[in-house]
Design a protein around this ligand. Structure first.
Ligand code: ADP
Ligand code: MG
Length: 372
């Protein structure tokens, strides 16, 4: 029986948070860490899923991969089953499968382990079935994975993570305009500029699939504000429209969404000009907006961001949705250790557990085969 291994990376979002589901702009890039899935065809109608992250092995039948069937599955299995469910719904003729999953991404840290999992499963299974997987076919594949996360897992996420995991290029960020889902690879020569992005995982995992989560609440608030403005999505509003929102919460959320998309555009301009100080300033402004207008930060994220800037980062912000997870700081490579130590010291002084740090640069998107 044939078998295929595929790797899909996690990502950091340089800037543009909570803009995807609002039809705005974002600028993520893939990182070198990610998830590997090996898919092997079985001779029967069973699906067996094992992840090295969990002790349990899930076994079911292809016929169990329904919306009703998901109720009996452990939460993590739904990310995998959701991809198979969406693929079957879109006409893939699936055989019975053994799927083995291995990842070096922290889960729930805002580095998109969920999309890395979905995309590695989709790529491995798609490749096993000889489906077209050239770059032109990757956008529909990302949409399939995103649909799995939204409709099967029930996490109301916007689709950024799957696009960047499947389509990223090394040393580039991916500018995504969710008004029309158009994509543009933007050079992001951090390495040449002597910079790295320091990611600090505060250790408070967010759960985006939880209907009561802050993330889901923000989505509901944005939809409500868009409805007041009679727009399909809030990102389509103009700055003038803000005054038409009587509700203070709606107005604040809208202000973040509109200003964040403008900051993404400003970041692209500043990167093209090699003005990294300006990029840092914009990142910090994004954090202020996410903390204030969007109320998506936590005391630990605020502490990591403020300390990073005091210790020599050009700018810093929470990344990947907030409500826990990670901060990012744009740091001259030689300052990375000092910034990291300063964050650890500040956390210890506040009685918080030291974050887990890593430095990242823009890496390659998903690929069939094992990462080298
Ligand atoms: P993030 O995508 O930021 O890491 P999410 O809450 O979106 O956080 O997704 C995390 C969830 O994805 C985990 O709780 C788990 O259910 C699932 N997941 C991620 N990686 C793996 C893995 N290697 N094996 C099994 N499940 C995983
Ligand atoms: Mg996720």
């Amino acid at each position: 029986m044939s078998s295929v291994t595929a790797f899909a990376p996690g990502r950091v979002n340089l800037i543009g948070d909570h803009t995807d589901y609002n039809g705005g702009l974002c600028l993520p890039f893939a990182i070198a860490l990610g998830t590997t899935t090996t898919a092997r065809e079985r001779g029967d109608d069973r699906v067996r899923v094992r992840s090295t992250a969990f002790r349990e092995v899930w076994t079911g039948r292809l016929a169990d991969l329904t919306l009703v069937g998901r109720a009996a599955m452990p939460g993590w299995v739904r990310y995998v089953a959701g991809v198979l469910w969406a693929a079957r719904d879109e006409g893939w003729r699936l055989p019975g499968l053994d799927l083995v999953i291995d990842s070096d991404l922290p889960s729930g840290a805002g580095l998109s382990s969920s999309a890395a999992l979905e995309c590695s499963v989709a790529l491995a299974v798609g490749s096993l079935l000889d489906r077209p997987l050239d770059p032109g076919s990757r956008q529909p594949l990302a949409a399939l994975c995103s649909r799995a996360e939204r409709e099967y897992v029930g996490a109301p996420t916007g689709g950024m993570d799957q696009l960047v995991s499947l389509l990223a290029k090394p040393d580039h960020a991916l500018l995504i305009d969710f008004a029309d889902t158009s994509l543009q690879h933007v050079p992001l020569p951090l390495r040449d500029a002597g910079l790295v992005l320091l990611v600090s995982d505060t250790g408070a995992a967010h759960d985006l699939a939880d209907a009561g989560s802050g993330y889901a609440q923000r989505r509901t608030e944005c939809d409500a504000a868009a409805a007041v403005l009679e727009l399909p999505r809030l990102g389509l509003a103009w700055a003038d429209d803000l005054s038409r929102l009587d509700d203070d919460v709606h107005r604040a959320r809208a202000r973040h969404v509109l200003s964040e998309s403008a900051r993404v555009e400003d970041t692209v301009t500043a990167v093209a000009a090699g003005d990294w100080d300006r990029v840092g300033t914009i990142l910090s402004a994004s954090h202020a907006s996410l903390r204030g207008d969007y109320a998506a930060s936590t005391p630990a994220l605020d502490l990591a961001v403020a300390t990073a800037v005091e210790a020599g980062a050009l700018g810093a912000r929470l990344t990947g949705g907030g409500f826990g997870g990670s901060s990012i700081a744009l740091v001259p490579e030689e300052r990375a250790t000092a910034v990291q130590d300063a964050i650890d010291t500040a956390f210890a002084a506040d009685g918080l557990r030291a974050p887990t740090h890593l430095t990242v640069l823009p890496a390659e998107g998903a690929a069939v085969g094992r990462p080298s």
